[in-house]
Design a binder for this molecule. Sequence first.
Ligand SMILES: Nc1nc2c(ncn2[C@@H]2O[C@H](COP(=O)(O)OP(=O)(O)OP(=O)(O)O)[C@@H](O)[C@H]2O)c(=O)[nH]1
Length: 225
Amino acid sequence: MDQPRLRVHNAARGPVLPNCHTPPQRIFKIIVIGDSCVGKTCMSYRFCGGRFLETTEATIGVDFRERTLDIDGERIKIQLWDTAGQERFQKGMVEHYYRNVHAVVFVYDVTKFSTFENLPRWFEECSQHRVSQTVPRVLVGNKCDLKEEAEVPLAAAQRLADSYSLPLFVTSAKDPCETEHIESIFMTLAYRLKSHKPLRLQQLPLENRVVVVSEDDDVQSVCLC
Ligand SMILES: Nc1nc2c(ncn2[C@@H]2O[C@H](COP(=O)(O)OP(=O)(O)OP(=O)(O)O)[C@@H](O)[C@H]2O)c(=O)[nH]1
């Protein structure tokens, strides 16, 4: 079986900043979860890398992307943690993955009903890993460009979203016309998190590790292999 791993991708996007060497003042960790192949990697790449990732491989372990934003004059780093949707890769990194989470993005594929049916399982998994109920969550139906193949009625998605009090977005990581929409999903979360407790990130390049430190000094050291 493949070993769990964490890959790091940096993306220098976002508004031009007065001094791009200034370290971010706050770091927000957002996890993107859902079944395999719903488009988690493509969504996070669209936000952090600014384009559709044409060739993807199944995520093994955890992928990690970042984008630094200037929000109301404050430098904020958004970290998107994208984990494998496949059952066999869910162990190992999973504890790191759910620790110190600031927001959760649940993704399903609008063209595959089973990915929608499985959402309560992902909601449950978050609860099992003690992600606080106060952590902002959103529900995203991806691949809306494939209109002819849609299997999940919008009304059903809205009912589920309402029953869990989640904002619902239906979008496409592939369709360039939806870029603004993907931006708005993560920017909305970023603005919302601006008033929340931050994480501090210390990067130790020589040791190839990042150390994530919460406000209560809970230290999490993650290998970047
Ligand atoms: N048509 C269309 N295809 C998409 C879209 N987003 C992703 N895909 C395709 O869906 C497949 C899976 O995309 P990924 O982003 O790798 O999915 P994932 O959820 O990260 O998958 P795992 O890493 O296995 O958990 C790829 O073939 C993508 O090209 C979209 O918005 N529209």
